[in-house]
Design a protein around this ligand. Structure first.
Ligand SMILES: C[S@@+](CC[C@H](N)C(=O)[O-])C[C@H]1O[C@@H](n2cnc3c(N)ncnc32)[C@H](O)[C@@H]1O
Length: 300
């Protein structure tokens, strides 16, 4: 959604931008190109492998950007408060992470059951699957994957790992497929379990909540925040962030009782009531983009 992100952030020469999810540098390059000759971009990604590729792709903009291996939830540590004109968060995994079997994100290729975006982190998907209680696994599959068979899958994992620890993506995908045969369905039965484990291993919703606040903190008044999500759980968090920030009242105790509302200044404007979706052409070119949703906020 490069054109849509550029329209949202409207990069200008001299402007300062943050790309909190640099990935392979596609959006970062577009922002640097659009803000030439003097725009500055601070980019981060928690995946060191992605940053190496991004650095090569962005070499032509040398002197106008920095890259850091960091979690965007902490971007207030290296970007000054109120210093930026635009922030982009393009959530989820990159195609590089999904396509590389060694990273362990995909049930379509066999690889180690890893799923860490940041390989300096200790917790892997294998560790979670082999050590969490059946209740904890069921909660993860249900809350982060909306998997209806969460309890049955979790109990089967707990049973099977006593004989042999889970080490590979094929081992886990195979178990789920045996428990819930495909019967011609297009979606692989392990899709939701893999999504849930990935989100848990990388604490994706926690990082998103903290990241939205951090991004907001580094924006100048009038600066814009663009967030691309890939599934409803993330989109719900982003939508709620916009809804609360746009309110001109606070709700004591967290429950919105109209009589108890306390007036306050709204913090942001929601620039698009409905999420922006990719055009048919982009989806045809890149089927993974089909579930992307872009929301844009402006700091007041
Ligand atoms: C969809 S890709 C971004 C693609 C990028 N916009 C591009 O044009 O190539 C998402 C990237 O965000 C990174 N990521 C996800 N959550 C993150 C977080 N909390 N902090 C930093 N990077 C994160 C992933 O490692 C991945 O490289």
């Amino acid at each position: 959604m490069v054109a849509e992100v550029l329209a949202a952030l409207n990069p200008q020469p001299g402007g300062r931008y943050v790309d909190g999810t640099v990935g392979l540098g596609g959006h970062a390059a577009a922002i640097l190109r659009a803000s030439a000759p003097t725009g500055w971009l601070s980019g981060c990604d928690q995946d060191g492998d992605a940053l190496e590729l991004a650095a090569r792709r962005l070499a032509e903009f040398a002197g106008r950007f920095e890259l850091r291996q960091e979690n965007f939830s902490e971007l207030g540590k290296w970007v000054g408060a109120g210093s930026c004109d635009g922030v982009l968060l393009d959530l989820g995994v990159s195609s590089m992470q999904l396509d590389h079997a060694g990273r362990g994100f995909s049930f379509q290729q066999d690889g180690p059951l890893d799923m860490r975006m940041n390989r300096r982190q200790k917790l892997t998907a294998a560790e979670l699957v082999n050590t969490a209680s059946a209740e904890e696994l069921a909660r993860i599959f249900w809350e982060l994957g909306e998997e209806r068979e969460s309890r049955r899958f979790a109990r089967a994992i707990e049973h099977d790992r006593q004989a042999r620890k889970f080490e590979t993506t094929a081992q886990l995908a195979g178990l789920i497929e045996r428990l819930a045969p495909r019967h011609g369905q297009r979606t692989h039965p392990a899709t939701r379990v893999f999504q849930a484990l990935r989100m848990a291993v990388n604490d994706e919703l926690g990082a998103l909540r903290r990241g939205l606040d951090a991004a907001f903190g580094v924006l100048k008044p009038g600066g814009r925040l663009a967030v691309i999500t890939f599934h409803s759980l993330e989109d719900r968090v982003v939508k709620e962030f916009g809804r609360v920030g746009a309110r001109d009242y606070t709700v004591p105790g967290g429950v919105d009782v109209p009589e108890l509302r306390q007036p306050c200044a709204a913090k942001l404007k929601v620039l698009n009531r409905k999420a922006i979706q990719p055009g048919a052409e982009e989806v045809a070119e890149n089927p993974r983009a089909r579930s992307a949703q872009l929301r844009v906020f402006e700091k007041i």
